[in-house]
Ligand binder design. Structure first.
Ligand SMILES: [Zn+2]
Length: 201
């Protein structure tokens, strides 16, 4: 967009107008600045890409941000999320990214204990715990909630905190972690990317 376009006030009296961040919307003598706007030298600008809207009485202008098209995960996608619940058989994951792209709003994804590791697991605790960040593969996306697995070296826990003190857990073996604060040890089904900041996206 040309700078001149951005400096020209948008005509929002009749209907909502598409605006860009930094776009001049009007002056405070015309209306009050509302949500997602800011004022500089009595001029009102938008902070967002979205639709500028004048309220019914024509007093206040606000901008409704336009959201990016929502990601729809499919089978084979790589997802990262937080374990929000872990029972004996099933974990529930709040997915925050899919194939490296931020996922807003988050999807809920289920992972059965038999899908966590190729090895037989006695209990969920030895593989994942609530609060862990996991890297998983989507295996069923036909219906919600999505289903995932974490078998294979690339998948599994990528970040975990100590269940005793909340300290950072450091990898000391294939499935073993040690707390950097209280030195207690815990097991997880870890990804080879455990601890790498890159694995969190
Ligand atoms: Zn600890």
């Amino acid at each position: 967009m040309e700078n001149e376009e951005i400096r020209k006030p948008v005509e929002i009296k009749e209907k909502d107008q598409l605006v860009f961040p930094g776009q001049f919307i009007g002056v405070i003598e015309q209306f009050l600045p509302g949500q997602n706007t800011y004022v500089e030298e009595a001029n009102i600008y938008s902070t967002q890409f979205g639709m500028a809207h004048l309220d019914r009485r024509g007093l206040r202008v606000k901008v409704f941000p336009k959201r990016k098209a929502q990601l729809v995960p499919t089978v084979g996608d790589v997802a990262v999320g937080e374990i929000v619940h872990a029972s004996n058989q099933m974990t529930s994951i709040a997915i925050t990214s899919v194939n490296g792209k931020e996922c807003v709003p988050s999807y809920t994804c289920l992972m059965h204990i038999s899908r966590i590791s190729r090895k037989y697991l006695e209990s969920m605790d030895e593989a994942v715990r609530t609060g862990d960040i996991v890297r998983v593969k989507i295996i069923d996306a036909k219906t919600l909630p999505l289903q995932a697995e974490s078998t294979g070296i690339n998948f599994g826990v990528v970040y975990a905190e100590c269940s005793q003190c909340g300290g950072k857990l450091k990898k000391i073996g294939t499935n073993k972690l040690k707390c950097t604060s209280c030195e207690s040890t815990e097991n997880r089904k870890m990804s080879i990317h455990y601890g790498s900041p890159m694995a969190l996206a």
